[in-house]
Write a protein that binds this ligand. Structure first.
Ligand SMILES: Nc1ncnc2c1ncn2[C@@H]1O[C@H](COP(=O)(O)OP(=O)(O)O)[C@@H](O)[C@H]1O
Ligand SMILES: [Mg+2]
Length: 373
């Protein structure tokens, strides 16, 4: 967690009481929002709630009716719009690649506008194509119509990153990509973003995309009203309003399983722990209580669990709950009472996980009154 003092300083973009009206209709009512430097912030909400309008005000494709938008420490209305757009990358659905320009020429567009020499531009283009997973030898000379939807979207991302802008705006960037390619793009882009440290403000109407990719999620309702701004797990586990609950409600448990992790408080005691020492016929030497000063303490008997040990499976502490369920299911075939050894980072058993542990974790995650950020 960044120190409290750092948070305000680190804001890359700030919307201050921003409002946008279109002939009688209010697209954005009164939005105040700070995007932190280096974060991937995802705006999610129903169609027409003002997401695109919000994004487009950040690079002055749309001018606010009132309020202020601050980029770093500059009011964007003081910056020439063309210069501004060269400093802020922008990626939209269907990317809008120039059809009569090759992939390399598309990616090199902004460096060209900025007057980079040919060799520097070329080196940067090749680097970017590699970065977004397109082999330059195969792709640099192709035309946009020779690409799949996912490949086009990668070129769009490369083009937007060409001059390494500190801020990138993305509006439904993966909307036109098929579901399989889409999941991969989401994952790869999120990794790329972390690697580059680019501040990203992304818009989607897809809750799964939002919670999978975001550092923080902003849930908007009509008029770009902020219903909740929180970590993805928090939004799914504890919706702050009926609108948020509506949006994340369906498939909530599946989302919790994907986002939630196994914590120490969910576990049952180690199955081979001293509590079982009295079991008749099990006079194993490892029964000596750990921590009683026995030499070699730290892994007594751990290497070869006895008959009471978890049947076959083990998971790491901090594992995704979905993975725990999967491991339990595998162990459960043909057995009652499936259990898993839970191991710490050093591979030492720290407890036991059962189906009850998963239920406990889900209750823990959704318990009221534990709000964090
Ligand atoms: N250029 C425009 N002229 C008039 N109304 C607009 C214009 N752009 C958007 N709107 C209206 O503003 C509201 C928000 O639109 P938008 O920001 O595109 O929503 P979203 O991206 O969340 O779907 C909608 O009601 C839309 O019809
Ligand atoms: Mg939109």
């Amino acid at each position: 967690m960044p120190g409290a003092a750092g948070v305000e300083d680190a804001a890359a973009i700030r919307f201050e009481a921003v409002r946008k009206e279109y002939a009688g209709a209010v697209a954005v009512d009164d939005l105040t929002l700070a995007v932190r430097a280096h974060e991937l912030l995802v705006l999610v909400g129903p169609s027409g709630c003002g997401k695109s309008t919000t994004l487009r005000m950040a690079n002055r494709l749309v001018e606010p009716t009132s309020g202020r938008i601050v980029l770093g420490d500059e009011d964007v209305t003081d910056v020439d719009p063309v210069a501004l757009r060269r400093r802020i990358g922008y990626v939209i659905q269907n990317v809008g690649l120039f059809p009569h320009r090759t992939v390399a020429q598309n990616v090199g567009t902004v460096p060209g506008l900025l007057g980079w020499d040919r060799r520097r531009t070329r080196a940067r283009v090749l680097e970017l194509l590699e970065l977004v997973g397109l082999d330059p030898d195969r792709y640099a000379r192709r035309w946009p119509h020779e690409l799949s939807g996912g490949e086009r979207q990668r070129v769009g991302v490369a083009r937007a990153l060409a001059t390494d802008p500190p801020v990138l705006l993305m509006d439904e960037p993966f909307g036109a990509v098929d579901p399989v390619g889409r999941a991969r793009l989401q994952q790869e882009f999120a990794r790329l973003q972390r690697e580059l440290g680019t501040t990203v403000m992304m818009v989607t109407h897809d809750v799964d995309e939002a919670v999978r990719m975001a550092d923080r999620v902003v849930v908007l309702s009509r008029g770009a009203r902020v219903e909740q701004l929180a970590h993805p797990l928090e939004v799914v586990a504890r919706p702050a309003s009926d609108q948020v609950a509506d949006l994340v409600g369906r498939g909530r448990t599946a989302r919790l399983l994907a986002l939630g992790r196994l914590e120490p408080e969910d576990l049952e005691p180690r199955h081979d722990a001293p509590a079982r020492a009295a079991t008749p016929g099990d006079g194993a030497p490892g029964d000596a209580a750990p921590g009683d000063g026995a030499p070699g303490d730290g892994a007594p008997g751990d290497a070869a669990p006895g008959d009471g040990a978890p049947r076959g499976g083990a998971v790491r502490l901090g594992a995704e709950l979905g993975d725990v369920v999967e491991a339990l299911t595998a162990v459960a075939a043909g057995h009652d009472g499936a259990r898993l050894a839970v191991l710490d980072d050093a591979g030492r058993p720290v407890g036991t996980a059962t189906g009850d542990s998963v239920v406990r974790a889900l209750r823990r995650l959704t318990a009221a009154g534990r709000g964090t950020d």
